[in-house]
Design a protein around this ligand. Sequence first.
Ligand code: AMP
Length: 472
Amino acid sequence: MPDLTFDKLHEECGVFAIYGHPEAANLAYLGLYALQHRGQESAGIASSDGRKIHCIRKMGHVADIFTPDALNQLPGELAIGHTRYSTTGDTVILNAQPLSVACNKGQIAVAHNGNITNAAELRSELEREGSIFQATSDTEVVLHLVARSRERTLSAALRDALLQLEGAFSLVFIAEDRIIVARDPHGFRPLAMGQLELSDGRTSYVFASETCAFDLISAAYIGEVAPGEMVIVGPEGVTRERYTPAKAPAQCVFEHVYFSRPDSLVFGRSVAQSREMMGRLLAREYPVEADVVVPVPDSGVSAAIGYAAESNIPYQQALIRNHYVGRTFIEPSQAIRDFGVKLKLNPVRHLLEGKRVILVDDSLVRGTTSRKIVRMVRQAGAREVHLRISCPPTISPCYYGVDTPSQNELIAARHSVEGIRQYVEADSLGYLSLESLHKAVDDKNQRFCYACYTGQYPTPLVQIEDLAYSKC
Ligand code: AMP
């Protein structure tokens, strides 16, 4: 087990890009709207009218930021967009993306999903050599590397920059007349490519973290941007090239467990299909006599459907979620216990009263929410509460762009399954095995990263405690 005292960058994001559409910014807005679940803290769109890049980025939700007035300020046929969520203190507008600069390669803007694990080292080096940073996010490092590259064309400078990065990155760039997208050679984070046929016979190209963004704008899915691949879409057409050979594949399995929308294809595979299979395999591994299978909405729904189908126990939506709970909601009083969970979830008493309940959720991280939900279900009259988790115990933090707390806050890093069962006050607790998770995502060729469940990280991680680098 490696020493896990790294500084951790929490960032969960969604990215989108479009080339060759007369309503590029409007479509970027719709794409980001579909990707809102990947980040609710800030959002931004940069468009180009062929000569100049226009950029709007603000704190808040996509639909609140991009009013008709705002979209009118984003002219042009190409655009990129970003939704961002970061849990650390630096939730400032400066870190909102896209980030844009004017440099000797022209005007460029970038949006990033992932976490560049050597960003702190690169930043220290760049600062020693005179670069001045405005924000604290790892993404800014990429722009500096591009600006400093001795290569003369943007794509060559980008290649140069990308080769210096380690860790997870799905990046979308916009320049005056082109879109360039790239994925890290391990392919940690997803990036799908699609196309739209325009009424004048032209083809518009789109890229997004998840295909649910394509569905909303009626774009057809072409496939994935490959690990280590760079795709350039400009006036000369589409160029796909490997800027570096692909490395051992490490697609984030948590995208399928929790993070992505079930209606998306992620890494070319249906998320709903994976989750339903997780539920089915969980039912085979941890069956229990019960009256009803209840999901923790929304994240546990697909797995609960699979569990119910496999076990022939009726599925009931006995916890109702309020979808309109904002992050900024002020809790009126500490005296109201479990207020946070009550705001979000409310039990349907008549479905739970006197019942033996199988409660299905996608993951258990700190255990605090799960404990409140188990209590809530019991208080609503359930006779037994059996908790089933559709992934293995989370024992290690993610350094590749998923927001997991530090290791000492992960309950499974310090406690046995029995210890966790006691903590969450469930009658029984069952986690999906790693082997079954492999099966559920059909990982015959070891294409996924399971580091949060195994502690085995696919890339070397650098300790950055001593470096003057603030978290993003
Ligand atoms: P807890 O019982 O406090 O560990 O919380 C578990 C809940 O957190 C589950 O319902 C998960 O769906 C949810 N969850 C897991 N990972 C994340 C994440 N990265 N961001 C937000 N929620 C998460």
